[in-house]
Every structure is written in C-alpha cells, then in structure tokens.
Design a binder for this molecule. Sequence first.
Ligand SMILES: NC(=O)c1ccc[n+]([C@@H]2O[C@H](COP(=O)([O-])OP(=O)(O)OC[C@H]3O[C@@H](n4cnc5c(N)ncnc54)[C@H](OP(=O)(O)O)[C@@H]3O)[C@@H](O)[C@H]2O)c1
Length: 280
Amino acid sequence: MKWGLWGAAFNTQQYLEAITRSIELGANCFDHADIYGDYTTEAEFGTALAHQPALRDKMILISKCGIRMISENRPEHRVKSYNTSREHIITSAERSLKNLQTDRLDYLLIHRPDPLMHADEIAEAIELLKKQGKVLQFGVSNFSVTQTALIQSRTPVTINQVQASIVHLHPFTDGTFDQCQQFGIIPMAWSPVGGGNIFSAYDERSLRILEIANALSPKYALGPDQILLSWLITHPSGIRPVIGTAKMERISAAVIAAETKLDREDWFLLWSASTGVPVP
Ligand SMILES: NC(=O)c1ccc[n+]([C@@H]2O[C@H](COP(=O)([O-])OP(=O)(O)OC[C@H]3O[C@@H](n4cnc5c(N)ncnc54)[C@H](OP(=O)(O)O)[C@@H]3O)[C@@H](O)[C@H]2O)c1
C-alpha cells in the first residue's frame, strides 16, 4: 500500500530493488489489495515482477477484494461500497492476477465485512478460484469474531488481517485473537506501529508508551519501534505485523524484531502504558 501512489510512488526499478532486497532480508510476504494506489499499485508491482519472474516463487502474495472505491480508474462506481458477490470476487481476483502478472495468489482476503455478504456465495467463489489454482488460501480482513465464524462455517478461513498495535488493543479483548488461536487462523496486524503517529505525537498516551519502549530498548538491544513490533510478536496467537514502510532499514529492523519475544512483565508494562492503568 505504501510503495505505490499512496506512499513512496516507486518507479519500476525501485520496485524491483525493494522486492529483491526485502526478500534477501527475510520479508517475503507482500500485502496488496485491488484498490491500493487508486487501483494502480498491483499493476506497477506486476510490471516489476515481469522483469524478474523467478522472484515469484520466492514470495508470498496477498491480495484483497470487496471494496469499491470512487476513483477515476473505476468511473462505473457511483458510491463507495462493498461487494462480496460471487461475480465481484472472481472478477477482482482475476484482475489482480493479471495486474500482478502471476498465475496465483497465495492468499485472497475479503477486505472489509460487507453487511450484504452471503456466506454461501463467498464460499462458492472461493472454492471455484481454489479449484482453478488461482487462489491457494482464503482469508478475511477487519472481520469480527461472528463474521469470521459465519464464513468459516462454509469455507476455511486462514487469515484475519485486523488493525492491531499498542495503540489499538481491541483485537486482544474482543475475541479476535482468541478465535485465531482456537482455529489456527493467522492474525495479521495492520498499522502495527499505529501508522507511525506515536513517534511524533505528544499526547500523554504516546509519551507513556514511548517512555517504556525507550526504557526497554537496551535490555533487548532493539529500537523503540522494534520493541512495539516484538510486543505484537510475543502474543501466543502468532500475530504477523504488516509494516507500511518503503525504507529498507526499517524492513531490516522489523525482521530482527520478529525474532524477539518480550518477557511477560515487560509486555504488561507496555499494555498498562497504553491503557493508562494497571490490569485489574
Ligand atoms: N486490511 C486493511 O484494511 C488495511 C488497512 C490499512 C493498511 N493495511 C496494510 O497494512 C500496511 C501497514 O499499514 P501502516 O502503514 O498504517 O503501518 P505502520 O507500519 O504502523 O505505519 C507505517 C508508518 O509508520 C512510520 N514509522 C515506522 N517506524 C517509525 C519510526 N521509528 N519513526 C517514525 N515513523 C515510523 C513509517 O514511516 P516511514 O515511511 O518513514 O518508514 C510509516 O509512515 C499497509 O501498507 C497495508 O498493506 C491494511
């Protein structure tokens, strides 16, 4: 999301370098969606990939579908809306394959829960895409526990990608991560460092969190931003942070952070810094 128009606006050579370097560093999973960059990022990434097709087997590609944005590139959209119909899922997945210049998506996620979603219809589309080898695994994003259970009752759900970080604690308490642990669903955390605002904000909560993250830094030999990623990694559900940076040094730092788990008490120090109170 952050490599294309909605971020660094890489050219083809920059995409290629960033893809190659990320894989070398050990970050080989790329999180796409049809809508990123106003429907342009997948095609840019695909153009880069076409220059070195051998990279495809070294990476995991995620895409998402279901949001219909108002965009110059989709003049037929009258209103921002969701569409999880069989036809939309299939059309969008096939378009992502074409744009990414690949024959398969490792994971296709429904981007947002759609109030009009019909579980049987979603399952039918996914089963067909899987049978055709176009999609290997299926998942959801921003789904509540009951919405995930509904879809899971018809077709296997392997990922739930949700907003989660030290400044967004809901999935820890609303059952999302419990459900992931119960059913072996991979929890992915988007905005894992809260979109970066925490490092420049001067509100009391951010300052409390940063004070603890800074204090823990020497003990773990990690920077404060890495501490916040390790804090997510420590959770037993196996959270995978989806980092949003175009800077290779941050990707390298994140890979190192992913190898470290925090002590329980340190984990709770950060939790309490976020909530502002000790646990009951
Ligand atoms: N499924 C969904 O609905 C959904 C929604 C939103 C996003 N996503 C996915 O999640 C990804 C990550 O989202 P995000 O970008 O909000 O995540 P994020 O990693 O929490 O935030 C990235 C921002 O934090 C900044 N940052 C990181 N470390 C920093 C530090 N030490 N000091 C100062 N700034 C720092 C980065 O700055 P630099 O640019 O300088 O590195 C960047 O602007 C997206 O790219 C997308 O793939 C999914």
